[in-house]
Design a protein around this ligand. Structure first.
Ligand SMILES: [Zn+2]
Length: 62
C-alpha cells in the first residue's frame, strides 16, 4: 500500500536553473531527482544524507 505521508518541517525552496534561469519551487528535502521544468537540466540529485543542489536558491518558503 502506498501512502507514506509524513509531516515534516522541511521547507520549500524557490530555485533558479543556472542554465535557463527558469524559476520553480522544490521541496527542500527532495529524495528524487529534481529536473528543471524549463530545460530538463537536473537541479538536485539525492545522495545518502542530503540532496545536492545545483540550482541557485532564490528564496526559502515557509
Ligand atoms: Zn533550466
Amino acid at each position: 500500500m502506498k501512502g507514506d505521508i509524513r509531516i515534516t518541517k522541511s521547507k520549500f525552496l524557490k530555485i533558479k536553473c543556472p542554465k535557463c534561469n527558469f524559476e520553480q519551487v522544490m521541496f527542500g528535502k527532495a529524495t528524487t531527482i529534481v529536473k528543471c521544468l524549463g530545460c530538463g537540466n537536473s537541479l538536485s540529485k539525492p545522495s545518502a544524507s542530503k540532496s545536492k543542489l545545483k540550482a541557485k536558491v532564490i528564496e526559502v518558503l515557509k
